[in-house]
Design a protein around this ligand. Structure first.
Ligand code: SF4
Length: 109
């Protein structure tokens, strides 16, 4: 076997071996977990996947007719990533529900 052929086979085999690893790494980077309701920071900020479950005695910001219009999907911190879910600058690396809410809600300017 010539040096060039051996070198080619070595490089090609190495390249092919990295494709599955690259694929797994890419999937992991894109697949963020949904923010758990029992996450300590989520609990502290009153986050619920279903904004209607917000305890308005603890979080009066969401009380009343104006408060009931507040959802993650109309918050300035939200960026939709898939149907009904998106990322939030307050909870990096997690997905929040479009119909969720937390006490950091700010209107889209
Ligand atoms: S900051 Fe906005 S988008 Fe993030 S969890 Fe709170 S209400 Fe939802």
């Amino acid at each position: 076997m010539s040096y060039n052929r051996r070198k080619f086979l070595s490089v090609t085999a190495g390249g092919l071996a990295t494709i599955p690893l690259l694929s797994i790494t890419t999937q992991t980077a894109w697949a963020a977990d949904k923010l758990a309701g029992n996450d300590p920071m989520a609990m502290a900020l009153g986050y619920f996947e279903d904004a209607a479950k917000t305890d308005t005695t603890k979080f009066p910001k969401r009380a009343g007719a104006e408060g009931e219009k507040q959802f993650c999907d109309n918050c300035a911190q939200y960026k939709v990533t898939e149907e009904g879910w998106g990322t939030c600058a307050i909870f990096p690396g997690k997905l929040v529900a479009g119909r969720g809410w937390c006490n950091v809600w700010v209107p889209i300017p």
